[in-house]
Design a protein around this ligand. Structure first.
Ligand code: GLY
Length: 383
């Protein structure tokens, strides 16, 4: 069997895999990324909202800390990547306005505001009129809002293209193929077998294959929990001309129990997302999905239906059993994970990359990664 070897093999070259590879190569390790289409995956579909505060859920404070840590790194991460590659990332410090339409939404948003205040987060309550003063395209039906000046945005497509270039410049080897099987020798992950029967061996492996992570053949049972695919349908519209003000910051709301957000990019693109559907590995764009997004967005910002609709798409969020990511060494020696980021993959990219690179280079798990150890599922299964 032919063999090629590397210090670190990253299985999966989506946004997380590429960022881990880039940061790890910067630490002086020889890194290979294995993926048939590196730079693909959910980030090609995602709106790229960096919203640790406005997407906060009760009981998810450790995830909030991780999200805030990543958000704080974003500007420097994006600037460094652009400096290294000359490519833009679409990082934009816009802030986010979360709004309420009816009295139930307002009560929920008030509760979220109280939660923010208890946690000392920057979040300001606005009346409907104050919200509309900031964003005149909002519906007169908007009855209140929360201004969160620290929740920003990035363009996942541009970021992936820049990461791909950054990896190449940092000496990462991109192997455009898929892993047929994980190779385990004497209880340690040592590489993968490729479809042609050859082997790619590595000192350490990082599994970063999103909702496909646990499906790698040869992975011993119990090492990773099932990472479920959670479909999100999304729309892209175009705001015509640079002089037509539409939205100047991200706008979001919970409409009929669904998270809805409108993300205006600097180049005039307006992204509207997203459905949350649990139905396996299906990425069909449905008439119902598009209808619901447009109906809800129209209720929030009536002018959206005047805009050209340029693209529809669907992606799969990788959801772990507790919806938090798996970061760091698994129960299988030689194998680490960087997966299960669910709704937060784009947001958590910089911090995931830094934490995994630190672990791979130094051999110890950084404190920030400890609550997200993949071992939490192994230990639960063994109990
Ligand atoms: N973070 C937005 C989403 O997953 O839809």
């Amino acid at each position: 069997m032919a063999r090629t070897s590397t210090d670190v093999l990253v299985v999966g070259g989506g946004i997380i895999g590429l960022a881990v590879a880039w940061r790890t190569a910067q630490r002086g390790l020889a890194v290979t990324v294995l993926d048939p289409t590196p730079g693909g995956g959910a980030a090609q579909v995602a709106a790229g909202m960096l919203a640790p505060v406005t997407e906060l859920q009760y009981g998810e404070e450790p995830l909030l800390r991780l999200g805030i840590a990543s958000n704080q790194r974003y500007a420097a991460f994006a600037a460094e990547l652009t400096g290294a590659t000359g490519l833009p990332t679409g990082y934009r410090a816009t802030g986010t306005l979360a709004v309420a339409l009816d009295s139930d939404d307002r009560a929920e948003l008030r509760e979220l505001h109280g939660f923010h205040q208890r946690l000392g987060l920057d979040s300001q309550w606005l009346t409907g009129r104050e919200a509309r003063r900031l964003e005149p395209m909002l519906s007169p039906g908007v009855s209140g809002g929360l201004l969160v000046t620290g929740d920003h945005q990035v363009d996942g497509r541009r970021l992936c293209a820049a990461l791909l270039a950054g990896c190449e410049r940092a000496g990462v080897r991109l192997h455009r193929d898929r892993a047929a099987e994980l190779l385990v020798t004497a209880g340690r992950a040592v590489g993968v077998r490729l479809p042609d029967g050859s082997a790619l061996t590595a000192g350490r492996l990082v599994l970063a294959a999103g909702p496909y992570s646990h499906r790698l053949a040869g992975l011993p049972e119990g090492v990773l929990p099932a990472i479920r695919p959670v479909k999100g349908q999304i729309l892209r519209l175009r705001i015509p001309g640079p002089y037509a003000p539409f939205l100047s910051r991200n706008v979001r709301a919970v409409v009929r129990g669904q998270h809805l957000y409108l993300v205006p990019r600097a180049d005039g693109e307006l992204v509207i997302g997203a459905t949350t559907e649990e139905q396996g590995y299906d990425t069909t764009v449905t008439a119902g999905g598009v209808y619901e997004l447009l109906r809800d967005a129209h209720q929030l910002v009536p002018g959206v239906t005047e805009l050209p609709l340029t693209e529809t798409g669907a992606g799969l969020r990788p959801g772990s059993p507790d919806n938090a990511p798996l970061l760091g060494p698994t129960a299988l020696p030689g194998l680490a994970a960087a997966t299960g980021h669910y709704r937060n993959g784009v947001l958590l990219t910089p911090v995931t990359a830094d934490l995994l690179a630190a672990y791979l280079a130094e051999g110890t798990v950084p404190d920030l990664a400890v609550p997200f150890s993949p071992l939490r599922f192994t230990q639960r299964a063994a109990a």
